[in-house]
Design a protein around this ligand. Structure first.
Ligand code: GUN
Length: 311
């Protein structure tokens, strides 16, 4: 870790004391555990988990994400089904494909890559996915179950964040967590997961007054707003743990680089922080594979129960 810290220590500043949370290494461990389980499933049965990914159009970032999902799914020993549709695909045709994937017993997880072209209704597409195959955890049934504390498929990015937090801090009970951002994909499910860990949770957003005062009160700050380096050093109290969900491409000194929503170099007084890249990002795909494995196991359990019922 020391070399990573040194790499980020700004010249002329105090020593950077914060631990750097290595999401890449954690995600590699998670994916290795998933692969071990899939290998076992393969050796004892005739089915393996299958993940279907649907990409509509050719958005460059989405194309890269989908390619890496395919690579990692295959590396974990799962079946990967990729469906690439033209940007002109109609809502009906997309819903027909989702219906086919819902009915396909070799598909245990379905992910429709977002954003969709603007003529398509993403909410309607998400609601058409069988909640049992909704490995994104975006379906209203999964969001509702998460909100009332029932077993659900949980959105991958906040699931990755809570894994990193629990690994780092162990017991989160009673800690004050401030989540900056209230999206359905990250902020809201993140708040639910923190509540389940008995944190005191504040959800801040673009209309929150005096955001720096709010974040300064927090033991845990999770930021998911998509604004490069918005959170500054003096927004964070010494010893707080900072989870940066942002991935923003910026041009600095004529060079393109990725930065988070947090000004990383100013966070030396934090207890721990996720870097960008190499923090939360790799966890998202690890959790996608873990959710697909979970969806497979639940499908197997349902099938076994159905067989027993019919005996
Ligand atoms: N686009 C960017 N991130 C995601 C994700 O986690 N799931 C889906 N479906 N689309 C995305």
């Amino acid at each position: 870790m020391a070399n990573m810290k040194d790499a980020h220590t700004p010249l002329g500043c105090l020593a950077f004391e914060a631990d750097i949370i290595d999401g890449k290494a954690f995600a590699a461990g998670l994916m290795a555990r998933v692969k071990t389980e899939v290998d076992e499933i393969r050796s004892t049965g005739d089915k393996v988990p299958g993940l279907a990914v649907v990409l509509v159009g050719e958005d460059p970032a989405s194309t890269v994400y989908v390619a890496s999902k395919r690579r990692e799914t295959q590396a974990a020993g799962m079946n990967s089904f990729e469906h690439r549709l033209p940007a002109t695909t109609s809502q009906d045709d997309l819903l027909t494909l989702v219906g086919q994937l819902n009915a396909d017993p070799t598909v245990h997880g379905i992910l429709v890559q977002l954003p969709l072209p603007s003529h398509l209704d993403a909410d309607a597409v998400i609601e058409a996915i069988d909640p049992a195959k909704d490995v994104d955890g975006f379906h209203i049934a999964n969001a509702g179950k998460l909100a009332v504390g029932q077993t659900a498929l949980v959105p991958c990015t906040p699931l990755g964040c809570i894994m990193l937090l629990k690994d780092r801090l162990d017991d989160l009970t009673g800690l004050h967590a401030v989540v900056v951002g209230r999206s359905n994909i990250v902020g809201k499910p993140m708040a639910q997961l923190l509540l389940q860990e008995d944190c005191t949770v504040t959800v801040a957003h673009r209309y929150s007054r005096d955001l720096p005062t709010l974040t300064r009160m927090a033991d845990i700050v999770v930021v998911a707003v998509g604004r490069p380096e918005m959170v500054r050093g003096d927004w964070i109290k010494p010893g707080a743990t900072v989870i940066d969900v942002g991935i923003n491409r910026v041009i600095q000194d004529g060079k393109s680089r990725l930065v988070g929503d947090v000004a990383f170099a100013e966070m030396g007084h934090a207890r721990a922080i996720t870097p960008v890249p190499g923090g939360v990002g790799p966890m998202t795909i690890g959790c996608l594979l873990s959710n697909t494995l979970e969806a497979f196991r639940r499908a197997q359990a349902r099938d076994a129960a159905a067989v027993k019922e019919n005996l």
